[in-house]
Design a binder for this molecule. Sequence first.
Ligand SMILES: [Zn+2]
Length: 121
Amino acid sequence: MSKKVQGNDSFQRINYLYQISKQMCTKNPGLSSYYGNLIVNIAKKNVLKIHPDIKRQICKTCRCMLIANVTAKTKIRSKKKSKIIEWTCNTCGAKRSIPVEKNKDYSLWVDRPEAVVEVIN
Ligand SMILES: [Zn+2]
């Protein structure tokens, strides 16, 4: 239990940086990458697992936020029996594929009010 509380500060920071990064990605991709990088570094330093919903939105190459049809193109492909969503980062062109099963509750968590520490307008 105490371990969970300890990690809370870092989770809140990650959440906060995530909000900024998401808002920056259309206006300033460079800054979005910077905050994306910070998120990954905080998580590494504190040995935290970034929530899969957030992790999926950070480009592995440039660490910009990937937002469907805004900062990334998405394509649904059928692979064998399963479907995958292919994401192409508009900033650096990197591609990543995410199985649809994993996307079942996609975007739900980050859109829940409790996931938001502070929304910057
Ligand atoms: Zn990228």
